[in-house]
Design a protein around this ligand. Structure first.
Ligand SMILES: [Zn+2]
Length: 341
């Protein structure tokens, strides 16, 4: 294999039209800094004139070279450059000249695409643009421009919304107004649709009203936690949507209410304090999983007793609380039912 192959491999250049002279690498001072400079030549026969598009023939002739210095990723800690002599052609059909192009570098640019890729990759780390600029021997504004070109800003499509949505909030950054940020996704695919920095109602309303009426009308269900501002928001901006309260949050609501009540009863009935404290888990237990059959010895009851009996005993301790818990459950069920009316 030729030395051209190895140099291209070293510099990670894919363009086979670039060949290197015998003394391909010399040390030179560029902008007062000792650098490694690679000397290459770009030459090939173009398919057509770049200016008028005339298919290549004897009327298109070689017309000297144009040399440009291209910034490459550094080699062994040295700044590296590719001094590329690019073949020029003269087209007699349109009487103009053009210079050959290569994928090593964009047209009218002197920073190689490899360097740009290296900068974009570097930008994923927690590091300032200034530091990246210094590492890659480019200016601060170049780094900024490259990052912006690689990472396009996300723009949501305001003419489409998935049929089934899922709302939630999360702690994003300290500077976020309203302390929490809002996220929503397609509840079928789990794909995130968008993130809104501020979850406050007026901000969200404004945000969703950016979507077309057709897109908003197409939303069939929205899954939310029990954060009541969402309910009025959904009724407002998604007129055809049914609200589904997240199962986890309903469980949480009921178990909290039960626990609170149990502690109240516990403090009132000092005689049964230990039992109420010990069997807290039983009160929360799923009805279908309660043991109705097996008698086991429980020290605090000083006898053989079934799980079912323990639950009944504890619940019957305080009639007032029993009624209160029942009415709380009924009220909450009514509220949840009402939401979808
Ligand atoms: Zn031409």
């Amino acid at each position: 294999m030729s030395h051209n192959y190895f140099i291209r491999n070293l510099l990670n250049i894919k363009d086979k039209n670039i060949i290197f002279e015998e003394n391909f690498c010399v040390e030179e001072k560029i902008n007062g800094v000792k650098s490694k400079v690679f000397h290459g030549i770009l030459t090939y026969q173009p398919k057509a004139c770049y200016v008028c598009g005339h298919v290549f023939d004897h009327q298109i002739i070689k017309h000297g070279f144009k040399t440009s210095i291209i910034k490459m990723p550094s080699v062994s800690g040295f700044n590296a450059y590719l001094k590329l002599k690019k073949q020029r052609y003269y087209c007699k059909h349109c009487e103009s000249t053009f210079t050959l192009t290569t994928d090593v570098v964009a047209k009218n640019c002197f920073i190689s695409n490899n360097t740009k890729a290296a900068i974009a990759l570097h930008a994923r780390e927690k590091i300032s643009e200034k530091d990246i600029a210094q590492t890659h021997n480019v200016s601060h504004s170049t780094v900024n421009r490259i990052i912006n070109s690689f990472y396009n800003y996300f723009k949501p499509n305001f003419y489409y919304l998935p049929k089934h949505l899922c709302f939630d909030e999360f702690k994003s950054v300290k500077s976020a107004a309203g302390a929490m940020s809002f996220i929503f996704c397609d509840s079928k695919t789990g794909k995130i649709v968008d993130i809104v920095e501020d979850r406050r109602l007026h901000v969200l309303r404004e945000y969703f009203l950016q979507y077309s009426k057709k897109a908003r009308d197409s939303v069939k269900t929205v899954v939310i936690d029990i954060y009541s501002p969402y309910i009025s928001l959904i009724k407002d901006v998604f007129p055809n949507a049914r609200i589904i309260i997240d199962k986890f949050h309903i469980h949480q609501l009921f178990s909290r209410a039960l626990n609170k009540t149990r502690i109240k009863v516990m403090n009132r009935h000092k005689k049964n304090y230990n039992q109420l404290k010990k069997y807290w888990r039983l009160i929360l237990k799923d009805e279908s999983k309660v043991d109705y059959i097996h008698f086991r010895y429980h020290r605090s009851f000083k006898k053989q007793i079934r799980e079912k009996d323990i639950i009944h005993y504890l619940i019957d301790l305080d009639l007032y609380c029993k009624i209160k818990v029942q009415s709380f459950a009924k009220k909450k069920c009514r509220e949840l039912h009402f939401i979808n009316k």
